[in-house]
Design a protein around this ligand. Structure first.
Ligand code: HEC
Length: 121
């Protein structure tokens, strides 16, 4: 086995272990909560009601995640796609920004989707 292959294998094992740790410690959930408060609440509001400080001047307004009609109209997959690729990827306003750094963090995206669904209950 060459050094490069050994290194690559070591890297993969490390990634698997750290993602398992993140799962066990609720890391994805914690990460999701901090991403939501850092990147989403400015528009979607602290409690997901669509009334963040930047919302008033926007047209269309950011989605109110408590709206049952909206909740029924979207799949989890569409929500995840909107988060990673932005509003234009799912046919809503392009003012909804993309988060390309989350493309390789499906556990974190799933935890964000879960929080958005929780606001609908
Ligand atoms: C700059 C303001 C802004 C920020 C920041 C923002 N959004 Fe949005 N979001 C919007 C707007 C505007 C829409 C689209 C409203 C429309 O077209 O009806 C939207 C739509 C959405 C939708 C609905 C997609 C659909 O298919 O209906 C989801 C889900 C969403 N945002 C999640 C998030 C999450 C999660 C974050 C943080 C990672 C975030 N947004 C950050 C403004 C924002």
């Amino acid at each position: 086995m060459s050094a490069a292959v050994a290194l690559a294998a070591g890297g993969i094992a490390l990634a698997v272990i750290s993602s398992a740790i993140a799962e066990a410690s609720g890391g994805a959930h914690t990460e999701a909560a901090s991403i939501i408060s850092d990147r989403c609440t400015v528009c979607h509001g602290d409690n997901g009601d669509g009334q963040g400080p930047s919302a008033a001047s926007m047209n269309p307004r950011p989605i109110n995640f408590h709206d049952p009609k909206w909740q029924k109209s979207v799949s989890d997959q569409t929500i995840a796609k909107a988060i990673v690729y932005g509003g234009s990827a799912v046919g809503v306003s392009a003012a909804m920004p993309a988060n390309p750094d989350l493309v390789n963090q499906p556990n974190v995206v799933a935890a964000i989707v879960k929080q958005i669904r929780a606001w609908g209950n």
